[in-house]
Design a protein around this ligand. Sequence first.
Ligand code: SME
Length: 172
Amino acid sequence: MTENKNTASDKFVGVAAEEKQRLYDRALEEIKSQLATLEGGMIVPRMATVTAVLKQYMPHYLWCGFYFAEEKELVVGPYQGVIACPNIAYTGVCGTAAKRGETLIVPDVNDFPGHIVCDARAVSEIVVPIKDKAGRVIGVFDVDAAYKNAFDETDKRFLESLVPMLLEGELQ
Ligand code: SME
């Protein structure tokens, strides 16, 4: 059996700040053009498209995807990356962001009590709550990176700006 070792370190191996913004600008163009071809109100095709575009455009994304906020747990939605936990408790990073209704940036998941490990390579994480028009949290968007401190205000600003685009149709 292969051991899943965490080989990440403090060394910066990700995308430089100015490059990150440039890549997000390009990803946004792609997302807009892809979403423009979608008709109907379903949110899942928009979620699937967003995960695919971001995983392809953003080199620091190890895994990205949605979880839907159900009463007792979070249930996986569209995602890109290795197989993820299909349902997770409200105790982890995703659940905490969902409960607080605010974006969480975790520079090192080992320092986050309750963090839920789906992929042992994931070292830092950002979770953005998805709120409907009434302000209720209907899910979260979660991104993992394989090195510490991968996410910052640039990621937060961009990902939060995507939420209204996801919600343009009815929730189905
Ligand atoms: N780390 C998350 C679990 C989801 S996976 O990272 C895909 C958490 O603590 O909630």
